[in-house]
Design a protein around this ligand. Structure first.
Ligand code: C5P
Length: 223
């Protein structure tokens, strides 16, 4: 089955040598891509810049900015059954990218930012994606309420939420502890390595996909 995974941070250019980014390592998305591939699925990993090795048996589409990730996903999502948005996409980018390197001066410098395209938020609407949609939520407060809001607003089947205010888990760490938020249930998963967690998440995503496909088409029992 065709699976799309987005991963990593994005880089939003300020000038030819500078950019805005975040602390995402990409580990969770890469582990999920690897776990789907080990189960025999055809995985396309659309990833912002990371220091990670490419998982075995995964097709790779490298991107830099949120706009590039949006374009790549819009072109590829049509043939996917499951789409997992684990990328930490920048929410804002500089409104203008300077043509040349911005010179140092003694004056304060103000950067004007504009929102980036919401890729996950475009999946159901702009891209018309009908498959199983999984989003991530990194929050510092009200984890469950924020995740539920994201689930409903973005038409997800599952939101994997993690509390990034807790030390030692989440961003740039090898371990994570997440809350699974689905339309009809909420389930905390115990702290585990991202490798271990990815296996569990892939199993649950496949279960959700099978439930959804069988309900939508009771005569169809394959994928
Ligand atoms: O709304 P928020 O950015 O917290 O949502 C996080 C989820 O949305 C993640 O799954 C992330 O990959 C996705 N996202 C996206 N495009 C954006 C921002 C977030 O796909 N511009």
């Amino acid at each position: 089955m065709n699976v799309l995974v987005t991963a990593g941070p994005t880089r939003e250019a300020i000038d030819p040598v500078r950019y805005l980014t975040n602390r995402s390592s990409g580990k969770m998305g890469y582990e999920i891509a690897a776990a789907f591939a080990r189960e025999g699925h055809a995985v396309l990993l659309v990833s912002g810049p990371t220091a990670l090795d490419l998982p075995e048996g995964v097709d790779f589409l490298p991107v830099e900015s949120a706009a590039e990730m949006h374009d790549a996903v819009s072109r590829q999502i049509g043939r996917m059954r499951i789409a997992v948005f684990a990328a930490a996409v920048a929410d804002y980018r500089p409104l203008r990218v300077a043509d040349g390197k911005i010179k140092k001066s003694k004056q304060p410098l103000t950067l004007e930012l504009e929102p980036t395209p919401d890729i996950l938020g475009s999946a159901r609407t702009e891209f018309g994606f009908r498959g199983t949609l999984v989003g991530f939520a990194a929050e510092t407060s009200d984890l469950e309420a924020q995740a539920r809001d994201k689930l409903v607003r973005k038409g997800c089947d599952l939101v994997v939420a993690n509390d990034v205010s807790q030390p030692g888990i989440g961003f740039d760490s090898d371990v994570n502890e997440v809350l699974l938020v689905r339309p009809d249930r909420i389930e905390p998963l115990p702290r585990a390595s991202k490798h271990e967690l990815a296996r569990t998440l892939v199993r649950i995503m496949l279960e959700i996909h099978h439930e959804k496909t069988n309900v939508a088409n009771p005569s169809c029992t394959s994928d």
